[in-house]
Design a protein around this ligand. Structure first.
Ligand code: ADP
Ligand code: ADP
Ligand code: ZN
Length: 214
């Protein structure tokens, strides 16, 4: 199964991706996680990406496509994968389309999750994530069992520095101008499944699994 998750920051892509990848035994490929790892390791890419993420802008299409091209050729992608946060622009989607052809692969679907902007802001402000294993929590809707610590590995949870109000607004604007056009792009290709993200995490998951069964 080859899937793409599409939606604004905070809509629940990462949360649902973690559940789905476990269910279908496919890798979750998050370009955001890849950039954050590069920043942490202070690689050349990380040095460039740091300021871009802090500003709520997007990393260059060619750099992002290059990362995905390498990643999709790793052996764990043989039986499929879930792309969480890629493609994020029309040029990325076109580059990805060409890559799929080259690899003789087809996409099974694009899951587009939506909720109102006011909900997104609450979700991002309360988001906490595990820097070690990547598990995602929320202070109110999905709190860890032990305050400030990861349920899975015990690590101390962090607040992402791009989840501050100033950066959130810029990221929303980036989403609307550069990423939202992908909804009609994939609709035209008959690949789009639209999911209401303003429901309990378990219910959103059920809806996604439901459309994938069809
Ligand atoms: P969220 O989960 O809140 O949607 P991500 O973790 O996916 O955010 O992405 C964090 C940041 O990483 C983005 O704001 C952007 O700067 C960068 N990024 C992630 N994916 C891409 C991409 N496909 N193209 C360009 N930049 C990206
Ligand atoms: P994205 O990857 O799209 O940026 P996340 O999966 O990181 O979104 O979710 C953003 C925040 O919202 C996290 O704190 C997460 O725990 C919380 N969250 C995700 N889905 C739901 C939901 N259905 N209801 C309430 N909170 C949610
Ligand atoms: Zn953890």
């Amino acid at each position: 199964m080859r899937l793409v998750f599409l939606g604004p920051p905070g809509v629940g892509k990462g949360t649902q991706a973690q559940l789905l990848c476990k269910k279908y035994s496919i890798p979750q490929i998050s370009t955001g996680d890849m950039f954050r790892a590069a920043i942490k390791e202070q690689t050349e890419l990380g040095k460039k990406a740091d300021a871009i993420l802090k500003a709520g802008k997007l990393v260059d299409d060619s750099i992002t496509l290059g990362l995905i091209k390498d990643r999709l050729q790793k052996s764990d992608c043989k039986n499929g994968y879930l792309l969480d946060g890629f493609p994020r622009t029309i040029p990325q989607a076109e580059g990805f389309g060409a890559l799929l052809k080259e690899l003789h692969q087809e996409l099974d679907g694009v899951i587009s999750i939506f909720v109102d902007e006011a909900v997104l802001i609450r979700r991002l402000s309360g988001r906490r994530s595990c820097p070690k294993c990547g598990k995602i929590f929320h202070l109110e809707s999905n709190p860890p069992k032990k305050k400030d610590h990861c349920d899975s590995c015990g690590e101390k949870l962090i607040f992402r520095n791009d989840d501050k109000p100033e950066t959130i607004h810029k990221r929303m604007e980036t989403y609307r101008t550069l990423t939202e056009p992908l909804i009609s792009y994939y609709k035209k290709k008959n690949l789009l499944f639209e999911i209401d993200g303003d429901q309990l995490i378990e219910k959103v998951f059920e809806d996604i699994v439901g459309v994938l069964k069809k």
